[in-house]
Design a protein around this ligand. Structure first.
Ligand SMILES: [Zn+2]
Length: 377
């Protein structure tokens, strides 16, 4: 264990090179051909590390493929490492945020969330092979291709592998160096309104505005926020109307909901699904559902955190934990009662923005931490 930090420091140049390669293969969700290039990269690299690892590709229509590695088989129950290869950045974003290192910050599209961490996972496998270390448990790695869009096909796989595992480490980005011991759950809904069009100048009284109806509903939705309980309800997108001089016939908005308990999730869902129209000439239609359940800070989660904290202390730093509003696939795992520790990735900032970066100095530190945790559990 003691040699791990030195090992990863010595490997830094090669790791930076791999991260650059992976980041420069742009992989927005729903781009199956780009995802295939990405998975090819991971498969080739995995085979270079060891011919003994079991590799599996699970194809997902229009999305690409989920990638599974099974390493170091034994009679023990495996540990599951989760990651995802998709990003939120459309093709071409690389020209706005070129992959580069400036002042110890490594910038790139999806580098922080979470391509660098996918590379990190492989580097840990490489370390175990090259240093001839047998980890405590078999390691299953699942890199899914649809996490950023709510895991429509990845979820079933995440749950399948989680149920076979003793516990799960999610390699999503670290929050300022801390791991994540709690995450809010998420739900999303669409509210569509259908009114009556009319000329805005000649006979506006004959019209019933779909946009006005949405505006009134937004006030109601906003009132559902309960910051004390951690419940948030936000209309984040709105669309409507056909021309600047026509009373709008149609409009729609998307509603983002976050919660810390399923009781809250169900309460809000009921409120949203039973919204009544203000103007009887405008019909309203609501679709959507609860997506990810909250990841709760259970005793098991705290126990995993404590163990990780001890590993960090031995390397001379205080790990720290935090609870965040963003959900991950770890939420699905936690809901099954499988202990999860999330946010084990590299520290940086700017997830989902053009300023996304990781700290290069954190790479060997996080690699040694995750490897150390795998040896301690
Ligand atoms: Zn992510």
């Amino acid at each position: 264990m003691r040699m791990l930090p030195d090992y990863f420091n010595a490997k830094q140049a090669g790791i930076l090179e791999s991260i650059q390669q992976v980041v420069e293969i742009e992989t927005p969700s729903y781009n199956a051909s780009q995802n295939a290039v990405m998975v090819d990269w991971f498969e080739a690299e995995t085979r270079r590390i060891s011919a003994d690892f079991q590799i599996e590709r699970i194809f997902a229509e229009n999305l690409g493929a989920h990638f599974i590695i099974r390493a170091f088989p034994s009679n023990e129950k495996p540990v599951l490492l989760l990651g995802h290869t998709d990003t939120v950045h459309p093709i071409g974003t690389i020209s706005k945020n070129p992959t580069r290192i400036e002042g110890g910050k490594f910038y790139g599209c999806g580098i922080f969330d979470m391509k660098a961490n996918c590379v990190l996972i492989l580097e840990i496998l490489r370390a175990f092979v090259e240093l001839n270390i047998q980890p405590t448990r078999p390691i299953t790695i699942l890199l899914s291709c649809d996490e950023e869009i709510g895991s429509p096909t990845g979820r079933a796989l995440v749950e399948r592998e989680a149920l076979k595992s003793e516990f799960c480490f999610v390699c999503e980005p670290s929050a300022g160096g801390k791991v994540k011991t709690g995450r809010k759950g998420t739900a999303s809904y669409t509210l569509k309104t259908h009114g009556v069009p009319a000329h805005a100048g000649l006979e506006p009284e004959k019209g019933a505005s779909a946009i006005l109806e949405i505006a009134r509903q937004i006030e109601k939705l906003n009132a559902l926020n309960d910051l004390q309980k951690g419940t948030t309800v936000n209309v984040c997108q709105i669309n409507g109307g056909t021309a600047s001089n026509v009373i709008p016939e149609t409009a729609e908005c998307s509603i983002d909901v976050r919660f810390t308990s399923m009781t809250e999730a169900k309460r809000i869902e009921k409120e949203i699904k039973t919204l009544q129209n203000f103007d009887e000439r405008v019909s309203i239609e609501i679709s959507g559902e609860i997506n990810r359940p909250p990841l709760e800070r259970t005793k098991d989660v705290v126990h995993l955190y404590e163990k990780a904290r001890q590993v960090a202390l031995k390397s001379g730093f205080e790990l720290g934990e935090t609870q965040v509003g963003g959900a991950s696939d770890g939420n699905f795992v936690g809901a099954l009662g499988v202990p999860v520790l999330d946010g084990l990735g590299i520290a940086g900032d700017g997830a989902h923005t053009l300023d996304e970066f990781i700290f290069t100095s954190d790479i060997p530190k996080r690699a040694a931490l995750l490897a150390g945790i795998l040896l301690a559990n």
